[in-house]
Design a protein around this ligand. Structure first.
Ligand code: ATP
Ligand code: MG
Length: 387
């Protein structure tokens, strides 16, 4: 009997000809996540991944694996020989451990016979193992409809037995969908937007805009901390930090006050697009949500998006704030996000922002300033951090 971790992968199964590519990426993501923990090997068998981990690192390993995208279920399991006696013995051991941990009275055995050459059919395996458990253990009965615990038996090249299925986030391994640049403010939304797109397989970098010395170094530190939390899910993350104070001063001096937010957003998009183009990233990601603030009306989003050609992804567009907060809490960005900080956007916040900007008006306002020159200058002084 050996101990290991078994991992079910979800959508990967669907990827047909690209399956190898997805599996290799996933395994490299897994290896990176469990770096430093003791394990003998990792292998792939008929669409499942197994890690031969030593028992004392199991909890920590599972905790880290939960944050790797592409994993659907993670189970500590027992590997045993493929004969009924060994299976029954391992099943009793697994149930014994389950009972010591959780207060259970009823159970159900679920068998999956991936190896069709195994002579006993699945329902018969379940029945026999169930009977062996009843015979050898006190205080348990079978409940096929609403059991307190399941005992899973996977018959493959070897046989794997487990009781717990810890849910992962699912999604696709980071790096299988291309690269995106996340506009990362210090607020709640943008980190969640980055998390959601990384979960769909995008490799993420971040860009943050600040107005130092009007905004503080602490504000930048906060964004780096958010990027560090994100990097637990995304892997090492590059953060571009761009000072837009000069742009804001120009806008403030030469453009209508009520358009300030939209105009500075358009600069953010342009700068982000330039960074993305220079670094092989194919999309910009924002935390915008329809109707959340004056600049995120249909007209506001149109005017903002109109400043760039690249694909703009807004994963939160249809989310309520409460739903976004739930995710932020779960992924542990929330507590950092709500720390008070000075945001470059509040610096020149208009008292009455336009809610229905017209592109013609916005473009007209921009004629008063040197858009390209300001973008160039901002980019030439940007800093890059690895988080
Ligand atoms: P959050 O700041 O959490 O994203 P919000 O409701 O404050 O949410 P806005 O400030 O209106 O949103 O900004 C909309 C989007 O524009 C943000 O989600 C983010 O993607 C981008 N953005 C805004 N300010 C910045 C900034 N200082 N640096 C980088 N991106 C920004
Ligand atoms: Mg914000």
């Amino acid at each position: 009997m050996e101990r290991l971790i078994s991992i079910s992968v979800g959508e990967l199964i669907l990827k047909g000809g690209n399956r190898r590519f997805f599996e290799d990426k996933l395994i490299s993501r897994i290896k990176r996540a469990i770096r430093g923990l003791d394990y003998d090997g990792i292998y792939n068998e008929q669409g499942k991944i197994y890690i031969e981990a030593s028992k004392d690192v199991l909890d920590e390993m599972i905790d880290r694996l939960r944050k790797v995208f592409g994993l659907v279920y993670i189970s500590p399991c027992i590997k045993t020989k493929k004969d009924m006696d060994s299976i029954e013995e391992a099943a009793i051991k697994a149930m014994d451990e389950k009972m010591a941990k959780d207060n259970i009275r009823t159970f159900k055995v679920v068998t999956n016979r991936a190896d069709k050459g195994f002579p006993v059919q699945s329902p018969e395996v379940s029945r026999r193992v169930g009977a062996a458990i009843l015979k050898n253990m006190d205080g348990l009965s079978v409940d096929l409809h609403n059991p307190d615990a399941y005992l899973y038996i996977d018959i493959r090249q070897d046989c794997y037995i487990y009781t717990d299925r810890i849910q992962g986030y699912g999604g696709l391994p980071v790096g299988t969908s291309g690269k995106g640049l996340l506009l990362l403010s210090g607020g709640i939304d943008s980190s969640v937007a980055g998390f959601l797109m990384a979960k769909r397989g995008l490799e993420i970098s971040g860009v943050h805009f600040h107005s130092y010395p009007f905004t503080s170094e602490r504000a930048e530190e906060k964004v780096k901390n958010l990027a560090r939390v994100l990097s637990i899910y995304t892997g090492e993350l590059k953060l571009y930090s761009v000072n837009i104070l000069k742009i804001q001063k120009e806008l403030n001096a030469k453009c209508p006050e009520k358009e300030m937010t939209i105009l500075s957003r358009r600069f953010m998009m342009r700068i982000a697009e330039r960074i993305a183009a220079e670094n092989g990233m194919d999309a910009l990601i924002t935390g915008e949500s329809l109707g959340q603030v004056a600049s995120q009306t249909m007209e506001g989003l149109t005017a903002t998006g109109d400043s760039v050609d690249k694909l703009v992804i807004r994963p939160l567009i249809g989310f309520d704030k409460t739903d976004i907060i739930d995710i932020a809490r779960d992924i542990e960005t929330y507590d950092i996000s709500i720390l008070p900080y000075d945001d470059c956007c509040t610096l020149f916040l208009p008292k009455h922002p336009v809610t229905k900007p017209r592109i013609e008006d916005i473009e007209n306002s921009e004629r008063a300033i040197d858009v390209e020159g300001l973008v160039d200058e901002a980019i030439s002084t940007m800093k890059i951090y690895t988080c």
